[in-house]
Ligand binder design. Structure first.
Ligand SMILES: Nc1nc2c(ncn2[C@@H]2O[C@H](COP(=O)(O)OP(=O)(O)OP(=O)(O)O)[C@@H](O)[C@H]2O)c(=O)[nH]1
Length: 652
């Protein structure tokens, strides 16, 4: 059995195959030292590294990529469970190869988005090309830092398509976690070389040996694998895969490409296979991690390309680009992401509809896992029904819309995609088949026209210390989970597999699992088909008026408890108004829960004695601004956050 610590990383990537290596048993006081060991090794073998780098980077367009044939290129992703240290390792690699300066300020430099910095998580995969010399040879390392959270796994799987290997980072203190397992299988199924890297070996409770035996038990590895070189040759016709893209307000679409064969240069005429449209290449280059223009890009390399695509529909992720005079067979592209959570999205004010439409289009270009359909609602007007991979994904998308596009939106209660097998001939005709997928609870067909309802299931993996097993099992049971397996990955940690209805875990399951296990349990899930379920539609009424945006589908067994919890939550989030507000949950005409918000008017002028009119105006203005964050449903002002928070349950 062999496995690798951070310090072997570059040697492994450069030698082109995975070499056996003894475990470093030394405890290292500061993790910087552990990286310093690597730097020392690099510098010792490569005295010219920093000077050769400087001469390359200071002159724009001076990088000659023709000197990196495929055997001098390593394209790899860094994958791991959330917070295991992917971005930190990427920072150190960037520093060691001179791509960024070595300063204290360089923390998570590849997490460029405001939302990533605020939440401290990676949501977007980022590429960085590094130059590295070894034994008088120059190498090009293309690193892709990926997100760890399950909601962003589509970013990981797309990034893997541009790579031949991965570094699977495992925290020496926490050991294997649920996303370690999920990410391992993504890389394994993509047939990539996998180098496990155990980091945080400096931590007091680090136990690399325990992690080693976990790796052995869970993955049963055969580590003597060869690091593949990128396929293709510079002599082939040009062919590139668009694996990511984003929209620049001034330059249009900037596409990230992996060149599968041939070469491309500025001024070339290229065709996108998806639309068969021809474009001229205006700019191309490397991401280091900032864009650095070059004259050409060659087979095996990863970079960006700008070719005058102005419309977001022109830049499809997964598309193939080729020279206009050398058509090639299009690459298979990517399997579309399967949206797991749907919600309505509406502008705060209908006049903002066109601006919001363009913002959503541009953001989905950068996040192709979001599905968009037009929708409309009586209370909220024209909008869209968007599909996301999970609730965090939905929250992050919403936050990005606000931060990057200055858009203010209302998001309605999320729902999972249910199915109904229809019995009514009229409905079957309307849906074009017996099976209807329902992503908007307001359109849930009545039982009288349905043979059976189906709900989406997931196979969940939970890893936790065995001391919490009892508590976790009761939580799973309360969420209609059915246990599939239970395996000890070492003496103290257990891996549980459960089949869950997606609806039961999508909103707050992970938060509860974390809090009941003092943060030690981790959770991941994969799709597991549909199962028949006894589902009913529950309406929420405000002062007797149903609020379409709060309608939910529930399992009959859970109707009462969910209705009660939703009414309680709404009572907490709807502020007192000038009249009493009755909040009711109802199934058909039967009310199953009720809460009341007492009448009250906040007199913001109460403390404003005297006659200073400007002060009074200011206070009234502030009150009016507060109201803007509300949505009027009937005569009731509902805060926009209430639509999402209403579904979060408190476990007793
Ligand atoms: N002690 C110690 N801390 C580390 C080490 N590597 C990373 N960290 C810390 O671990 C935390 C998480 O590191 P990140 O690099 O953000 O982890 P990540 O895997 O990129 O996180 P996500 O992108 O959110 O999945 C940060 O506070 C780092 O400073 C290490 O080797 N030793």
């Amino acid at each position: 059995m062999t496995y690798f610590l951070v310090k072997q990383l570059c040697d492994i990537s450069l030698l082109g195959r995975v070499l056996p290596f003894k475990v470093c048993r030394r405890k290292i006081p500061s993790y910087n030292i552990c990286y310093r060991v690597l730097r020392h090794r690099l510098v010792k073998s490569l005295p010219v590294l920093s000077s050769s780098f400087r001469s390359l980077s200071t002159q724009p367009d001076a990088v000659d990529l023709s000197k990196f044939p495929v055997d001098k290129i390593r394209n790899f992703c860094i994958i791991a469970h959330i917070d295991h240290g992917k971005s930190t390792l990427a920072d150190r690699l960037l520093e060691m190869t001179g791509a960024i300066a070595k300063t204290e300020k360089n923390k998570q430099v590849l997490d460029k988005l405001q939302v990533e910095r605020e939440r401290g998580i990676t949501v977007k995969a980022q590429t960085a090309s590094l130059f590295y010399s070894h034994d008088g040879q120059e190498y090009l390392l293309n690193l892709i830092d990926t997100p760890g959270h399950v909601d962003f796994s589509y970013e990981v799987s797309r990034s893997l398509s541009a790579c031949q290997g991965v570094l699977l980072i495992i925290d020496a203190n926490q050991g294997i976690q649920a996303q370690t397992v999920a990410n391992f299988y993504l890389a394994f199924e993509a047939q990539l070389a996998i180098i496990p890297v155990i980091n945080k070996i400096d931590l007091k409770n680090a136990d690399p040996e325990r992690v080693e035996s976990q790796i052995e038990k869970v993955f049963q590895p055969s580590w003597e694998q060869t690091w593949r070189r990128p396929g293709g040759s510079v002599d082939d016709p040009f062919k590139a895969l668009v694996f990511d893209s984003n929209f620049d307000h001034y330059r249009g679409v900037v596409a990230n490409i992996a060149v599968i064969g041939g070469r491309v240069k500025k001024g070339d005429k290229i065709v996108s296979a998806h639309l068969s449209k021809t474009y001229e290449v205006n700019e191309l280059g490397l991401l280091r991690p900032e864009e650095q223009a070059t004259q050409k890009i060659f087979a095996g390399q990863v970079g960006y390309i700008i070719a005058g695509m102005k419309d977001v529909k022109e830049a499809q992720i997964g598309d193939t680009l080729y020279h206009h005079d050398h058509p090639v067979q299009a690459l298979p592209g990517f399997k579309p992401a399967k949206a797991m959570v749907f919600a309505g999205m509406y502008p705060m004010d209908q006049s903002e509809y066109p601006a919001l439409r363009s913002a959503i289009e541009r953001l989905t270009l950068n996040d192709s896992s979001v599905t968009v359909q037009r929708d409309s609602s009586l209370a909220l007007g024209a909008g869209w029904r968007l599909g996301f991979l999970g609730l965090l994904h939905m929250e992050v998308f919403n936050q990005r819309l606000e931060q990057e596009y200055n858009a203010s939106v209302i998001v309605t209660s999320p729902t999972v995609p249910y199915k109904a097998i229809l019995s009514s001939a009229k409905l079957i005709k309307e849906h074009g088949g017996e099976e209807a997928t329902i992503v908007n609870p307001a359109q849930f067909p009545d039982r009288s026209v349905v043979v059976e309802y189906l709900e989406p299931m997931v196979l969940g993996t939970i890893l936790a210390p065995d001391a919490y097993t009892g508590k976790i099992m009761s939580l799973c049971l309360s969420r209609r989970g059915v246990q599939k397996s239970m395996v000890y990955i070492d003496e103290q940690r257990v891996m549980l597999k459960y089949l869950f209805p997606l609806n039961e875990i999508v909103v707050d399951f992970y938060d509860l699992l974390k809090s009941m296990s003092s943060g030690y349990a981790s959770f991941d899930y994969e799709n597991a088909d549909y199962q028949a379920a006894d589902l009913i539609k529950m309406d929420i009424l405000l002062n007797g008026r149903p609020v379409e945006e709060l309608t939910t589908i529930v399992h009959r067994e859970r109707a009462y408890s969910t209705g009660k919890a939703m009414c309680e939550r709404l009572k907490e989030s709807i502020p007192r108004q000038m009249f009493e507000i009755a909040i009711q949950a109802a199934i058909g005409s039967k009310v199953i829960a009720r809460e009341t918000v007492k009448a009250f008017r906040k007199n913001v002028l109460a403390k404003c004695y005297g006659g200073d009119i400007t002060r009074k105006m200011k206070l009234l203005k502030r009150q009016a601004e507060g109201k803007k964050k509300m949505r009027r449903v009937g005569n009731v002002d509902v805060p926009k956050d209430a639509f999402i928070s209403v579904l979060k349950r408190k476990e007793k």
